[in-house]
Design a protein around this ligand. Structure first.
Ligand SMILES: *Cc1c(COP(=O)(O)O)cnc(C)c1O
Length: 418
């Protein structure tokens, strides 16, 4: 398979400078262990769909209601992605056009809220996502953002605390789902809070959508009014986002919020990639994959806990783990750099109530998503845990880093990605 080439086997050598960078990236992915939670390894089918001639077609509007002609196949591809999303998640409506998860969220806000409305969302310092109204974003400027955190004792969402904030701030929208929250979320309880204050309830399931698809995590439907997700993390597919909902009264407002609200014409090659990954997610193999994602994360978490690491919230219900390094005499930035030198890709992360700055936080975020895709099971994740411990315990010991790097290379050679 010519994956160093384009989808049509056109030699990348026509542009040697570009070819070197693309091949370098493929080699990096082949030879390193990917533990970054926002990444995964897509199938050759998804690669082919994203690299297809669909990229040449410009369409605006929705399938079968386009502004430009020649949209027969574009309509087929987009409708396929919509139908598969609805089937996979058990909902009535979907918009598969968002260019990213952030655009999916911004489109929902634009479609359903008025300027200055209050949004109650999880604080990024407690694991929330930046696209839920961080002050540095456009949505942070356009809406009044009230933030909830986690309980200091349990490091989990405290429903009573969220309810108290909701009663005091009377939000129009409550958002659940974050980028560094390793536990499952009580959707019925948060939906009840939203109903009580007359707010819409939105779940952004970017990090656990794959688990929802196959029942390893409770579904936000029918509790959430709106569900958003990215398609390239746990769903293992094309880059981009999706919005889903059940109430027909929301349909026009959400669709108009996406286009023309926050973006223009459709990235049809990405929509083709979404149709491809949603098709794969509907197959029985995807359930086996997600069962392994959860079991593998648990094996990694247990290995680290046994080696003396404190895990935020005490463990994980998903594929994600947040490790607190503060008692280990190192920080997330130092550990992440050392791990990268040893062939293990992770990201530094704030932990709840972190006393350190985001550039040099106390935590590391890990995920079993990508490693599980390449075939690692619990035994390999226990080995990965031991390797992480060796590196984090001696981040400036070149001999340790080199030894671990050799072990990583050997493990990766046994589990090729393409
Ligand atoms: C990754 C993520 C997003 C944003 O995705 P982009 O595609 O980077 O815009 C949104 N919400 C959550 C919870 C995420 O984890």
């Amino acid at each position: 398979m010519a994956l160093e080439q384009t989808a049509f086997d056109t030699p990348l050598d026509a542009d040697p400078e570009l070819a070197a960078a693309i091949r370098g990236e493929l080699k990096r992915q082949r030879e390193g262990i990917e533990l970054i939670a926002s990444e995964n390894i897509v199938s050759p089918l998804v690669l082919a769909a994203q690299g297809s001639a669909m990229t040449n077609k410009t369409v605006e509007g929705l399938p079968y209601h386009r502004y430009y002609g020649g949209a027969e196949y574009a309509d087929a591809v987009e409708q396929m992605a919509v139908d598969r999303a609805c089937r996979l998640f058990g909902c009535r409506f979907a918009n598969v056009q968002p260019h990213s998860g952030s655009n999916a969220n911004a489109g929902v806000f634009l479609g359903l809220l008025a300027l200055g409305d209050t949004i109650l969302a999880m604080d990024t310092a407690a694991g929330g996502h930046i696209s839920h109204g961080h002050p540095a974003t456009l949505t942070g400027r356009d809406y009044n953002i009230v933030r909830y955190g986690v309980s200091r004792e349990t490091e989990r969402i405290d429903i009573e605390a969220v309810a108290a904030l909701a009663r005091a701030s009377q939000p129009k929208l409550i958002i659940a789902g974050g980028s560094a929250y390793p536990r499952s979320i009580d959707f019925p309880a948060l939906a009840a809070v939203a109903r009580e204050v007359g707010a819409l309830f939105m779940v952004d399931m970017a990090h656990f959508a794959g688990l929802v698809a196959t029942g390893q995590h409770p579904s936000p439907f029918p509790h959430a009014d709106i569900v958003t997700t990215t398609t390239y993390k746990s769903l293992r597919g094309a880059r981009g986002g999706i919005v889903m909902w059940n109430d027909p009264a929301l349909t026009d407002r959400i669709n108009l919020g996406i286009f023309p609200g926050v973006q223009g014409s459709v990235l049809l090659h990405a929509v083709a990639g979404k149709a491809a990954c949603l098709g794969e997610a509907l197959k029985p193999e995807f359930r086996a994959y997600n069962e392994a994602v959860v079991a593998n994360a648990r094996a990694l978490a247990e290995t680290l806990a046994a080696a003396g690491y404190r895990l935020v919230s005490g463990g994980t219900d998903t594929g994600m783990i947040l490790v607190d390094l503060s008692a280990r005499g190192t920080t997330g930035d130092i550990a992440a750099k050392a791990l990268e030198k040893a062939g293990l890709a992770v990201n530094k992360n704030l932990i709840p109530f972190d006393t350190r700055p985001p550039e040099a936080p106390s935590g590391l975020r890990l995920s079993s998503n990508a490693g599980t895709t390449r075939g690692f099971r619990e035994e390999e994740f226990r080995r990965i845990g031991a390797m992480i411990d060796r590196v984090v315990s001696a981040p400036s010991d070149a001999a340790v880093l080199a030894a671990v790097k050799a072990e990583v290379a050997a493990l990766c050679a046994d589990f090729p990605i393409y």
